[in-house]
Design a protein around this ligand. Structure first.
Ligand SMILES: [Zn+2]
Length: 199
């Protein structure tokens, strides 16, 4: 009989807290600062490697890409509801199958997860994230739709448990280092869990 209280979820699964943030200009300077949106919680398998972690997060968010492509397509039929946000004002969907031609939602949805990831994250696939820490100046939306990073849980002035340096705003999750698993990272960060949401 199970003795833990992990909602009957197997012990080879762990919870990942995904903090979605957007870059915003600071009020009195041109510097970019991250502002946080609501966190999301994902269950991920501990034995997956970091490449698979990228894919797990992408699969979770893929629907947003489809909406983005749809709302910003030149021939979109989407219209904001009264009082709702006008998503037509988003920057146009930059990922292309053909040069100079914006993708439709249908074209995007027809891609496999791997094809869609390779299209939207060229920079990640080509190693832009490998061994790097996060800075606003390294972010180029045409190279990657978002930056996936491990938060420096020691704070900006503490030694980051991932890269072991101070002044780390967060280590970008590498893509081409398939050696480490989620489980290795949990050990590296020294995370002890009681396997419930509440500590
Ligand atoms: Zn770091």
């Amino acid at each position: 009989m199970r003795q833990d209280s992990m909602y009957n979820i197997s012990a080879d699964v762990t919870m990942l807290q995904l903090n979605l943030c957007i870059w915003q200009k600071e009020q009195y300077s041109n510097r970019l600062q991250k502002s946080a949106m609501l966190p999301r919680l994902l269950w991920v398998r501990r034995e997956i490697d970091l490449k698979q972690l990228h894919m797990t997060v992408f699969k979770h968010l893929r629907q947003v890409f489809s909406e983005w492509a749809d709302w910003t397509h030149p021939e979109t039929t989407r219209a904001p509801k009264a009082g709702g946000a006008n998503l037509r004002n988003l920057i146009e969907f930059p990922y292309r199958l053909k040069e100079g031609e914006q993708m439709t939602k249908q074209q995007f949805d027809a891609l496999s997860d791997e094809e869609a990831f390779n299209l939207c994250f060229k920079g990640v696939v080509e190693g832009d994230n490998d061994g790097k820490i996060q800075t606003s100046s390294t972010f180029n939306i045409e190279r990657m739709a978002y930056q996936l990073e491990f938060k420096n849980s020691a704070g900006y002035y503490g030694l980051c448990k991932c890269c072991e340096k101070p002044n780390c705003r967060g280590c970008l999750v590498p893509y081409n280092d398939a050696q480490s698993s989620v489980s290795d990272l949990i050990d590296k960060f020294g995370l002890r869990r009681n396997d419930t949401l509440f500590e």
